[in-house]
Design a protein around this ligand. Structure first.
Ligand code: SAH
Length: 224
């Protein structure tokens, strides 16, 4: 899988992709993540990529020309399955969507900034708009890092133990059961007895019951 991320502040995402599971996936050639600075595609000598809003609102708007230019260059090199724009009014990201995106070959993620991007980019170039929550952030860089993290960990081989992505919360519309590690007792606080029983079938049953109980209590909407 290849992910091209276009942004006015690519540095903001560098660390997010330089550690842990994502770094390992890159090192193992499971994913290629390319950060592009939109300013490199500006025709302005000061490398500006924004301009005032015609509607007179405060806040600058990312211009169409540099975005058009980089998207067309990337598309001349390969075909893209989706060109995603991160936007608070996009479809809310969830695990099902992450699962779907993780099966694609090439995607572009365009990060907005300032007041947003010229709406013609959204009308003519973008194929999917994703929000990471009902709140407004300063830029699309953190959302792009969130989207990338959520889907890279689902690429087969990205996690050390492949089955562990499947047992995460939301995968069967159930929250994950609680997890414990050693010591079995700390300060008099004990790990549930069953986990020390050495009986895998009983432990699986307990985990399922815990998942259902926690989902019913914390996220009843998932069971509907
Ligand atoms: N004026 C816009 C918000 C601009 S915020 C509006 O009211 O909808 C600047 C940029 O940050 C956006 O262009 C978008 O790319 C990104 N962004 C902000 N909040 C986001 C969210 N919840 N999910 C995804 N992207 C977001």
């Amino acid at each position: 899988m290849r992910i091209d991320i276009i942004s006015v502040l690519p540095e903001l995402m560098e660390s997010a992709f330089a550690h842990s599971i994502i770094k390992r996936a890159i090192d193992n050639n499971l994913v290629e993540i390319k950060l592009h600075n939109l300013r490199d595609y500006s025709e302005d000598k000061h490398r500006r990529v924004d301009d005032y809003a015609f509607s007179g609102e405060a806040g600058m708007v990312i211009r169409i020309e540099p975005v058009y230019k980089i998207i067309r260059i990337l598309q001349s090199e390969r075909t893209y399955d989706e060109i995603i724009y991160t936007s608070p009014d996009g479809t809310l990201l969830n695990q099902q969507e992450a699962n779907k995106l993780s099966t694609l070959n090439n995607i572009i993620i365009l990060c907005g900034h300032y007041k947003g991007i010229d709406h013609r980019i959204r009308e003519h170039l973008i194929t999917k708009e994703i929000s990471i929550g009902n709140y407004v952030l300063s830029g699309g860089e953190i959302p792009a890092a969130v989207i990338t993290d959520a889907l890279v960990r689902l690429i087969p081989g990205a996690l050390g133990d492949e089955s562990s992505a499947l047992s995460d919360s939301f995968q069967d519309d159930l929250l994950s059961p609680p997890v414990y590690t050693r010591p079995a007792e700390f300060n008099g606080w004990k790990v549930p007895e069953i986990l020390l029983s050495g009986n895998p079938a009983a432990i699986d049953q307990w985990k399922f019951e815990q998942s259902v109980e926690r989902t019913r209590r914390l996220r009843p909407d998932l069971l509907e």
